[in-house]
Design a protein around this ligand. Sequence first.
Ligand SMILES: [Zn+2]
Length: 276
Amino acid sequence: MPELPEVEVVCQGLRPHLVGRKIVQIRHSGMNLRTQIPIANMFRHILSRTVVDVSRRAKYLIIAVDNGARMLIHLGMTGRLGFFPFEVPAVRHDHISFLLDNDLDLRLNDSRRFGAIHLFSGEEASDLEQTFFKATGPEPFNEDFSAQYLIAKAAGKKQTVKVFLMTTTIVAGIGNIYANEILFAARIHPARSAASLSPAAWRRIVQQTRLVLKQAIDCGGSTISDFLNADRKSGYFQVHFRVYDRQGEPCSTCRHLIEKVRIGGRASYFCPKCQK
Ligand SMILES: [Zn+2]
C-alpha cells in the first residue's frame, strides 16, 4: 500500500509531464474502482482543459486544470500511473486513460481496484480543506504538525502510539511501514500508549517523521525518475527499511534481534533494546 513518500514521488514524477498539457481524450475501461469513476463529470470538467498543477494531500494526487476543477486520485493497494505513447495498446487493468496534446497517454492501471478517483468542479474544489479533507490531519511537513499538537491530540487516548500515528485524522499519509520506521528512529516502543509519551518523545517523533519520510522521498525520486515507463515494469521503489519486515535480523544500532508483534492487527517491528 503506497504511503506518503510513494505518492509524493509519483506526484513529483507526473508534474513535469502534465503541467501545461491539455487533456484531449479520456478513455474508460467501463470498470469501477473502490468508488464509481466519475466519468460524466470528467468529460464535463477536465476534458479539453489544460493542467495547471499537480500536488499531493495525504495519499491523494491532485490534478488541477485551468477552470479550477480538480481530480483527486488515490492509488489504493495496486494503482500505478504511467505515460505511454498513444499507439501502445492498453493492457489488462488499465481502467482510465487521459490522452495529452503531445500524444502521450496517462494511464491508471489498478489490478485490485481499491483505488479511487474523485472529481470536483471549480466551485466545489475551491475549499477542499473544509470539505473533502475536513477530517484529514495536518501534513507531516507542515508546521502545524508539532509536538504541542500531538500532545493535545494524545491526551486521554488509550491508543498505542503506533496506531495513533497511523490515524489519518491525526496526521496525513503515514501507514504501517512508516509508522514502524518512525518509531524505531525515535527510539519509542510501538506498543506504548500515546498518552504516556513525554514532550521530548513527541519532539523526537516529529523530527524523525520528517527525516524518515524525506529520506524515503529522496530515495524514490532517485529510483524512479522516468515515468515514461513503456516497459510497464516499474512498481513502487524499494526503500531500505531499518526495522520493517526484519524480524530476527540484528538491529542496525545495537545488534539485538528485531522482534515482531501485532499491534492493532498490524505487523509491528521493533528493537526491544533501543525502543522504550
Ligand atoms: Zn537496537
